[in-house]
Design a protein around this ligand. Structure first.
Ligand code: HEC
Ligand code: HEC
Length: 245
């Protein structure tokens, strides 16, 4: 099972080239002046995104301890020195959501709090009228074998997350549309569980939640769907023991 865990990590980071993050390459900006002005925040933000990403990865893997540890880091971090005063309410909103994730008694609560962190990002970007640019990644082909199907899930989750945090209707709809195909059949899922019907129900729920997300533009509604969506990834991975190290 260990290999699946490390692959989850790898996929999450490499499918998530938020500008300035790991596999993504150089920041995109068509406004050089703005880039210079905001330069000091760059490194601070990057560390921040990596930890927020860590919360997300922990949740998807079904690894509550890892999700909570990353969330605790975000919740406790000192504010950026010299940050504009008008950032404060949004930073506080982020901290509150991170605190909820850090204190989560179960993975479903952590998933909901992760989505709330996403809304905090989006609320600030909207307030600042700064919409982050993300590098495009190629959508994996649809597949009915477990592993390649999961690669598609990861891509979809990442797109939906971008849609939530930017906020961006185009990214959100991309992610949702990627799950328009059929869910995995319970019997086909490897490794096998004692209860294939339960697996099939979880597989179907991922696709159902994405379908419910289609056309949803309100941040709160996206947050709600995304939280339940992540919780479903976590539930299946926990059930199969994929998160165990
Ligand atoms: C307090 C307000 C605030 C919060 C909260 C916030 N951001 Fe930002 N974000 C900004 C501003 C302003 C910039 C542009 C300035 C900069 O790059 O330093 C930015 C830049 C970015 C960038 C860099 C790419 C670009 O186009 O500038 C990314 C990626 C990003 N934010 C994602 C996120 C994510 C993900 C979260 C939540 C985990 C988040 N932000 C939370 C205000 C915020
Ligand atoms: C119905 C059960 C089920 C659900 C729901 C589910 N997964 Fe999985 N996932 C699996 C199984 C089984 C594996 C392990 C496959 C293996 O290692 O052979 C896996 C592995 C993965 C991997 C690792 C893939 C690799 O290359 O090793 C990623 C990434 C992943 N899942 C992402 C997700 C995301 C994101 C979601 C939710 C949107 C999700 N999964 C929902 C069953 C599920």
């Amino acid at each position: 099972m260990q290999s699946a865990v490390s692959r989850i990590l790898l996929l999450v980071f490499c499918l998530a080239p938020a500008v300035g993050l790991g596999c993504g390459g150089a920041p995109i900006s068509d406004d050089a002046q703005e880039e210079v002005r905001l330069e000091p925040a760059g490194e601070y933000m990057r560390d921040h995104f990596e930890q927020v990403r860590g919360v997300q990865v922990g949740v998807i893997r079904g690894d509550l301890a890892a999700a909570k540890a990353a969330a605790k880091w975000v919740a406790r971090r000192e504010a950026l020195e010299g940050a504009p005063k008008d950032w404060e309410p949004y930073v506080a909103q982020m901290r509150t959501a991170a605190g909820e994730a850090a204190a989560a008694p179960d993975i479903a609560t952590a998933a909901v709090a992760t989505a709330a962190m996403g809304s905090a990002c989006a609320t600030c970007h909207e307030a600042m009228q700064h919409y982050p640019q993300f590098l495009a990644t190629v959508q994996p082909p649809e597949a009915d074998e477990t592993l390649p199907h999961m690669t598609g899930h990861m891509w979809a989750a990442d797109r939906m997350w971008r849609g939530l945090v930017t906020p961006s209707a185009a990214s959100w709809e991309d992610g949702v549309a990627a799950l328009a195909g059929d869910p995995l059949e319970g019997e086909r899922i490897e490794p096998k569980a004692d209860d294939p019907a339960r697996l099939a129900a979880l597989a179907a729920r991922v696709h159902d939640l994405a379908a419910q997300g289609g056309g949803v533009a309100e941040m709160e509604a996206r947050e709600e769907i995304y939280g339940r969506f992540l919780a479903t990834c976590a539930e299946c991975h926990q059930l199969l023991g994929i998160s165990a190290e």
